[in-house]
Design a protein around this ligand. Structure first.
Ligand code: GLN
Length: 225
């Protein structure tokens, strides 16, 4: 039975803890290096990545976290957690002194924060997600909730895209009379990625009762996925 830690500095810690328990794994909060040292896998919850970034340093967790991630600790980040796992942020927030927010890194991706824009800053969709069904069974979509979510703009060669959404944009002319002039451009953005022991989603499976993403993460910890 693996012990799964939830980084409990800020964000939706309780929802992840419930999801892990519903999968039958043991769960504990991580706020200190000694607690981090005891876990077999770690979840970085959704919340506010700038706040979690600051708190990891205040709690003396930044270097221990970076060290364990580099040493192969399985980590799953949802939303703000995805941002914290990313090697690069396209548009990092800056504090009053002009210092850009930092990430823990480990996952070779570039993320854009709050990427879906103001009009759709939160939305839900049915998402095709690769590799959730047991071998031989059909994949069924994930009901995904996005809340001021990031998307992935670049993935490194080692990174597998597990789910994407289409971002539709009407080009110039779309508002003019004569719909034949309209051109709808669909861009695809990655919203779930994996690289070896690291898993990240832009959305929040922990708030919908969806268990399959946490189950996948537990299989990763067991070396079964
Ligand atoms: N927009 C938040 C951030 O940049 C993430 C939102 C979330 O975790 N739901 O940290």
């Amino acid at each position: 039975q693996p012990l799964i830690g939830i980084l409990a500095l800020q964000g939706d810690v309780r929802e992840h803890a419930r999801a892990v328990q519903a999968c039958g794994a043991a769960v504990t909060s991580v706020r200190r290096p000694s607690e981090l040292a005891a876990v077999d896998g770690l979840i970085l919850p959704g919340g506010e990545s700038t706040t979690i970034d600051k708190l990891t340093r205040i709690f003396g967790l930044r270097d221990p976290l970076r060290d364990r991630i580099a040493a192969g600790l399985p980590v799953y980040g949802s939303c703000a957690g995805m941002i914290l796992l990313a090697n690069e942020i396209a548009d990092p927030a800056k504090d009053r002194d002009g210092n850009a927010q930092q990430t823990l890194g480990g996952l070779d991706i570039t993320v854009r924060r709050n990427a879906f824009g103001r009009q759709v800053d939160s939305f839900e969709t049915a998402l095709d997600f690769t590799g959730l069904a047991p071998v031989g069974e059909a994949e069924t979509p994930v009901h995904a909730v996005f809340i001021r979510a990031p998307w992935v703009e670049r993935v490194g060669a080692s990174v597998q895209v597990l789910a994407s959404v289409e971002k539709r944009a009407a080009t110039e002319g779309a508002t003019q009379a004569g719909a034949q002039n309209d051109r709808i451009v669909a861009e695809v953005r990655a919203v779930a990625v994996r690289s070896q022991h690291l898993l990240a989603t832009s959305f929040h499976p922990e708030v919908t009762g969806e268990r399959r993403i946490h189950e996948l993460f537990i299989r990763m910890i067991r070396g079964e996925a």
